[in-house]
Design a protein around this ligand. Structure first.
Ligand code: DON
Length: 311
């Protein structure tokens, strides 16, 4: 068994010494103000051990990592009928791209690109006021993380509402294809608020446990989703979780992972660990530069890649 505590410590030390930290996202103004020197990591093992280092307790904007929890919620509501409205293929395009939507009649390639996440938000909105839909998602995440202190950063949500012109375009475009069932501004409100949820690495790693444990909240604990659904969400994270860099992430890290422009990544080593890393500086594909490097180091040191034989 790898010495996880030592690995976490050493990876955090290595990341602290890195000079090249990438560039923080600037298109959502509050994210531009985040100090790129931050680095946090937390690993929760299948045995329930928690190992963390750096800024692991500091909340950050989870942004697109929220799409994993929103997808889980939508599948809970409508099951596999979701796949009539969203595909399950990598897009090979950036997270906010609109180019495939016209050719593919408003059906997004997968639930993790923004277009797909908007359809998921539209599903979660059905039968609710936007405030209630987002409250439901927040309660779900708090339950997964076993932490009632998790909040939405209203300042980030408002700022995204004011600057999210591409998302507004995507929502309206899909409404034209009848693949949004609500007024675009309502669906967008749900989406912007889910992206503005703030969580620490510890909270995020705790919330991801159900994906490492075949759908269980904790070992021997309550069932959140079926084992099949957990496996499928992991498959989507591996193939689509880093957009047009998903292949490179699989090549370097070899774990299901979901990134956000706040610099967070949730990665899952099935049966082994739920891992959250945070470093706000992004690489050219918009994914955390040091977060990816840290996960690469962890996968190497532990042998947890889904493409490695068990050690
Ligand atoms: O839709 C947006 O632009 C942001 N709220 C989320 C984007 C994001 O995190 C992309 N992932 N890396």
């Amino acid at each position: 068994m790898a010495d996880i505590a030592r690995i976490v410590r050493e990876v955090a030390q290595e990341m602290a010494a890195q000079a090249e930290r990438g560039a923080v996202a600037t298109y959502i103004p509050p994210l531009a103000k985040v100090d790129p020197q931050h680095f946090g990591i937390c690993i929760v093992t299948a045995e329930g051990e928690v190992h963390s280092a750096g800024d692991a307790e500091e909340p950050f904007s989870i942004q697109s990592v929220s799409k994993v929890f929103a997808l889980t919620q939508a599948l809970g509501k409508i099951g596999d009928t979701l796949w009539r409205r969203v595909g399950r293929e990598p897009s090979g395009t950036p997270f906010n791209s609109i180019v495939q939507l016209e050719r593919e009649q408003g059906i997004p390639r997968n639930p993790f690109i923004n277009a797909g996440a908007l359809v998921v938000a539209d599903v979660n909105l059905a039968g609710h006021a936007p405030r209630v839909a987002i409250g439901e998602l927040l309660r779900f995440i708090r339950y997964l993380a076993e932490d009632e202190t998790i909040l939405i950063d209203e300042h980030v949500a408002r700022s995204e509402q004011e600057t999210g012109f591409r998302n507004v375009a995507l929502a309206n475009y899909m409404r034209a294809f009848a693949n949004l069932t609500h007024a675009p501004e309502l669906t967008l409100g749900v989406y912007f608020h889910q992206c503005a949820i703030a969580m620490s690495c510890r909270q995020l790693a705790m919330a991801g446990r159900y994906l490492m444990l075949g759908g269980l909240l904790e070992p021997g604990g309550a069932r959140v989703i079926s084992a099949q659904r957990a496996r499928r969400i992991n498959a989507l994270m591996l193939t689509c979780g880093h957009y047009d860099a998903s292949g490179d992430f699989a090549f370097r890290v070899g774990l299901p992972g979901k990134s956000g422009v706040g610099g967070g990544i949730l990665a899952v080593a099935p049966g082994k660990a739920s891992i959250a890393v945070w470093s706000p500086g992004l690489n050219e594909n918009g994914n955390s530069l040091l977060g990816t490097l840290a996960l690469e180091r962890i996968a190497e040191a532990t042998g947890w890649s889904v493409f490695s034989p068990p050690r």
